[in-house]
Structures are given as structure tokens and as C-alpha cells.
Design a protein around this ligand. Structure first.
Ligand code: GLN
Length: 385
């Protein structure tokens, strides 16, 4: 007998529990090595914990200003200007959020009206389309080709209509590990010139880019910066995904709308953590080496897969490695991911979870933000499959 008296009219009828929760839960149940949900299995710098503790003890435990502490907004503005050249006014153009997902949700909610179209690139991170649909918008999907997962700007241009309100981008790209380059941004700028299209650029893996390539933030491209939200995350950069602190940057007119929503979604974010992050961020040595740190882990993991029947695809950024299992099995990726978790003791993410039509490219995503020891053990297990 249902407790709620009438059938619930779901706002998201096609949506279940996110694949990250599903796979992490299964990994825990099976005692498997969890390379599914993206998070490090090693500690952040203990100095960061000391800073949080110091601010807590100093009595910094009440609400921070709605947009975030001045110190953290200033530190982010300084970092962003130093790296990408665009100055964001900390007072009006920087907002601290409860992680990247909230920043993206808030930007979408603030700008997308019923009937608006939002272009996303598939495979698409799983939170984007539900955010668009809850706002009454319609997601319009462009495909990233499985060969290199590059955007086809000519094809994307054909999807633009007078109803296109927003383009949601992600570089470095989760789940594929591809990165946008300067010609991509120029093509995007050509495409949106003269329109009211807003860009939301999810750049939470900005410091995890490999092989000497430079991260092309939309904030480095003045024409795009003027119409973009740029989203960042401390979880990825400082190995503290559970702290759920990130930020959004945008020109003042866009940020004013963002804050109207932000104030009623979270109001503000954990004060002592913000104060600690502001101090920690001020020293660039705390984040500048991140690309090299993860590149070594990427290479270790790829090397470890050599004796398996999983074939790693190119990985230019993020801490995710895609691998084709075409030589291993004909099973759908969801079935294989579950079987690997139960039988081989290694959990991963089936990439069909990032496609609306469940497209099967026979590709799995593995998170290599793990200790070397974890990676070695996982590779040993995968080699036996
Ligand atoms: N971004 C993380 C990933 O891709 C997951 C975050 C989450 O579980 N919401 O694995």
C-alpha cells in the first residue's frame, strides 16, 4: 500500500539514480576496487586540514557572505587572471558554489526558460540534461565522434535555432578525456557571434591536462568570456571532492541572474573551508604540478592495461581513462561493468550512461586518481579477465 495517496507526477520521469552512485554502491557491496566514481583514494595536503581547523577554532563558523568570502573570491579572480588573462571583478563576477554541479545547475536555472533549447555534446556528463529539463528547456544533442571525441562545429551550427539559449561545454571532458583547443574556441565564437547564446563552460579539470598541452579556458578568449559562465572546482584540484566547493565566473550581467537563484538554492557555502581554500590557493605550487602528477598516473594505468584485453583510448586530460573492450566481450557496457565489479573486483563506469539512446561504443571509463598501489592491483585483476 503506497504511503503517498496518488501517483507522483515525476518532473524527471526518465531519470534513475546517477551511475556514479550506482557503481560506487556496487563496488562497496562487492568489496571491489572502485575506479568508477571520480575521486582520489589518497589524502589531500594536511596543511589544508590545519587551515580549516584554525578558522573553525577562530570562530569563523557563521554564514559567509551570499556570494562567498571576499578572500576566496579575490584569490580565484587573481588565479584566473594570472592564468587566462581575463579579470573578473570579485565583487560582482565571482561566486563560490557548493561544487561544480551546483554552479552548472544554477546557471541553467537562471538563464533557461521553458521552450529554450540548450546544445550539449554527447557523451554528456549526466547532470546537464536533467538541469535543462527541470528548467523547462530542451536538450539538443550533438555527437562527439568516438574517434577522438572532437566537436564537429559545422554539425553543431546546423542545430542552432532562434530558440537556442545556451551551449554547455566541458573541457577537459568527462568522460572522454578530450580537450578543446584554440581553433575549437574560435569556431565556437564564430557560431555564437551576433546571437544571445550563453556558454556554460565546465572546466573543473582545468589543471589536469597532459603532454604539454595548455588548457584553453573560454576565459582566455575575450569574445567568449563576455558571454560565458566558467565553472571551476576545488575538489578536483586539491583532492577534496567531498568538500563540495567550487565557483562560477561570469560577466556582471549574467552573474546578477546567477546570484538571484544561488541565494535560494544554497544561499552560501561552508565558511571555514572557504577561508582555508583562499589561503591555500594563494600559493601556485599547490596546484601547478597537478597535470604532471596525474600524467604519471595516467601512464602507469595505461601501461598496466597492456597485458589485458582492454585497449586504452587517447587521454589528453581529466583523471579518467577510457578503454575499449571490443577484444574482450560483446556484452553491453552496463552488463560488463557489473560483471567486472562482481567477478574481477574492479568497478568502472559504462560510457553508455552518458548517451540518451544508450549507444554502445564498447567503452568503459576508469578513474586513475588512485594510489599507485591501487592502480597496480586493479591492473593485475583486469589482466586476468
Ligand atoms: N564527477 C564525478 C565523476 O565523473 C562524479 C561526481 C558525482 O558522483 N556526482 O565520476
Amino acid at each position: 500500500m503506497p504511503r503517498f495517496p496518488t501517483p507522483v507526477q515525476s518532473r524527471l520521469p526518465g531519470v534513475g539514480t546517477t551511475i556514479f552512485t550506482v557503481m560506487s554502491r556496487l563496488a562497496a557491496e562487492c568489496g571491489a576496487i572502485n575506479l568508477s566514481q571520480g575521486f582520489p583514494d589518497f589524502s589531500a595536503d594536511p596543511r589544508l586540514f590545519e587551515l580549516v581547523s584554525r578558522h573553525m577554532r577562530a570562530g569563523e563558523n557563521q554564514y559567509a557572505p551570499m556570494a562567498g568570502t571576499a578572500a576566496l573570491r579575490e584569490a580565484i579572480a587573481a588565479k584566473s587572471e594570472g592564468l587566462y588573462g581575463t579579470r573578473y571583478d570579485p565583487e560582482h563576477e565571482v561566486t563560490i558554489t557548493a561544487g561544480g554541479t551546483q554552479a552548472i545547475f544554477t546557471a541553467v536555472t537562471a538563464l533557461v526558460r521553458p521552450g529554450d533549447e540548450v546544445i550539449v555534446l554527447e557523451p554528456v556528463y549526466d547532470s546537464y540534461v536533467p538541469a535543462v529539463e527541470l528548467a523547462g528547456g530542451r536538450a539538443v544533442r550533438a555527437s562527439l565522434s568516438p574517434r577522438g571525441y572532437r566537436p564537429d562545429w559545422a554539425a553543431i551550427r546546423t542545430l542552432v535555432t532562434p530558440r537556442t539559449r545556451m551551449i554547455l561545454l566541458n573541457s577537459p571532458h568527462n568522460p572522454t578525456g578530450s580537450v578543446l583547443d584554440r581553433p575549437d574556441l574560435d569556431a565556437l565564437a564564430d557560431l555564437v557571434r551576433g546571437t544571445g547564446i550563453v556558454i556554460v563552460s565546465d572546466e573543473v579539470y582545468e589543471h589536469i591536462v597532459f603532454d604539454g598541452v595548455r588548457h584553453e579556458s573560454v576565459s582566455r578568449h575575450p569574445e567568449l568570456a563576455d558571454r560565458s559562465f566558467v565553472v571551476g572546482s576545488f575538489g578536483k584540484t586539491f583532492h577534496v571532492t567531498g568538500w563540495k566547493v567550487g565557483w562560477a565566473l561570469a560577466p556582471r550581467e549574467l552573474m546578477a541572474e546567477f546570484r538571484k537563484v544561488h541565494q535560494f538554492v544554497v544561499f552560501t557555502v561552508n565558511t571555514p573551508v572557504q577561508l582555508a581554500l583562499a589561503e591555500f590557493l594563494a600559493d601556485p605550487t599547490h596546484w601547478l604540478g597537478l597535470g604532471a602528477f596525474y600524467q604519471r598516473k595516467r601512464d602507469l594505468f595505461r601501461q598496466g592495461l597492456r597485458t589485458s584485453r582492454l585497449d586504452p583510448l587517447p587521454c589528453a586530460g581529466t583523471y579518467f581513462q577510457l578503454a575499449s573492450y571490443a577484444r574482450l566481450s560483446d556484452e553491453p557496457d552496463v552488463v560488463l561493468a557489473e560483471r567486472l565489479t562482481r567477478e574481477a573486483g574492479v568497478a568502472c563506469i559504462p560510457v553508455s550512461a552518458f548517451h540518451a539512446d544508450g549507444r554502445q561504443d564498447r567503452v568503459l571509463r576508469f578513474c586513475f586518481a588512485k594510489s599507485d598501489e591501487t592502480l597496480h592491483r586493479a591492473c593485475d585483476r583486469l589482466a586476468r579477465v
